[in-house]
Design a binder for this molecule. Structure first.
Ligand code: NAD
Length: 324
């Protein structure tokens, strides 16, 4: 593909994995991030991965810097966002500035660069607690937080602005529970896999909310990176689309713990406990979540290939240097 890749949120979890994948494929990448939740450690990891990577420290709310940095981009991957649901209630103006204004700045920067593709992160949060599982892109949306509203606004803007962007394919990805190495384990609402792994590796019993029957659709980040790389290499303009990104498989929290214990055992680590420590379910948390990924499979060639045990094993090997 002509032109470099421009990736916002490159210091974050998904962003750093996507950039690493692109660099390994020999692509040239400019990463952009302001370290709101991303880390310098992730950027250093990318800088070690090769000379085809340039990093710009900047804020997506600063339209001029963003546009300048994205010059020459063949594909823009927009992952930077205010990602914390609770924070979006506490400071909804900030959430809106980053997730809506920042999104529009990124879209404008892609148009100015005449990028062939603009791929952006939406979220399963747009569905709220819609119980009609598995969720399809045509299912009712009813976001329950300013965060979910801001992601839905991104999709709405992309749909109405698509005809204005004659040369740019716009693709919105509704991520379900993406997991993998370098995911943030800090904070009460951090992703369950990162939190549980850290606890187990410290020899502490992880905390499970509810009775273990809650379910999630966990999708390994390498599968997401491969999807994004494929979409970014696209050559023809396609109409704006939104796509669920999950596996279509549900995992209960009890099954997750068993898979984690197995992956640790396969890496030579035995746990001193055989179950997580139970705490009452947290009001407001969604109990069940499951994607129907038929559309992404059919239209984008999405093929999630990593099952939960394999994915957990990869985290242990890559991030913690144990096993395999
Ligand atoms: N991880 C998941 O399961 C999941 C699920 C649904 C949606 N998403 C979306 O995927 C994207 C990536 O999420 P992630 O899990 O990697 O989270 P993350 O927090 O690791 O990554 C987000 C990145 O955006 C950066 N950022 C925030 N505000 C910025 C600003 N004003 N200017 C420049 N950079 C800024 C952060 O520093 C961080 O590096 C986000 O848009 C998120 O909403 C993730």
């Amino acid at each position: 593909m002509a032109g470099m890749w421009f990736v916002t949120g490159a210091a974050g979890f998904i962003g750093s994995n996507v950039v690493e994948h692109l660099l390994r494929a020999g692509e040239t990448v400019v990463g952009f991030d302001n370290f709101a939740t991303g880390t310098r450690k992730n950027v250093e990891r990318l800088q070690r991965a090769g000379s085809r990577f340039t990093f710009v420290e900047g804020d997506i709310r600063d339209a001029a810097t963003l546009e300048r940095s994205a010059q020459g981009a063949g594909a823009v991957v927009h992952l930077a966002a205010q990602v914390r649901v609770q924070e979006s209630f506490r400071d909804y103006a900030y959430n809106n500035a980053v997730n809506v204004d920042g999104f529009l700045n990124a879209l404008k920067a892609a148009a100015a660069a005449r990028a062939r593709a603009f791929i952006y992160a939406s979220s399963c949060a747009v569905y709220g607690d819609n119980p009609a599982l598995p969720l399809r892109e045509t299912s009712d949306v009813r976001p329950l937080s300013p965060y979910g509203v801001s992601k839905l606004a991104n999709e709405g803007y992309a749909a109405v602005l698509d005809p204005e962007l004659a040369e740019t394919t716009l693709v919105g990805l509704r991520f379900f529970n993406i997991y993998g190495p370098w995911q943030d384990a800090r904070g009460a609402y951090a992703a369950v896999i990162a939190k549980w792994l850290e606890a187990c590796l410290r020899g502490e019993r992880p905390v499970m909310f509810g009775d273990g029957s809650a379910t999630r659709d966990f999708c390994f980040v390498d599968d997401v990176a491969r999807l994004i790389a494929g979409v970014g290499r696209t050559n023809r303009k396609r109409p704006h689309g939104i796509y669920n990104v999950g596996t279509g498989e549900k995992t209960t929290l009890t099954e997750l713990f068993a898979a984690l214990a197995d992956a640790l055992a396969a890496s030579g680590k035995r746990l001193a406990f055989d179950s997580p420590r139970g705490e009452p379910w947290r009001a407001g948390d969604i109990v069940h979540s499951l994607a129907d990924v038929t559309r992404a499979r059919a239209e984008l060639g999405f093929a999630p290939a990593t099952d939960i045990r394999a994915g957990l094993g990869r985290i242990l090997a890559l991030q913690h240097g144990i096993g395999r």
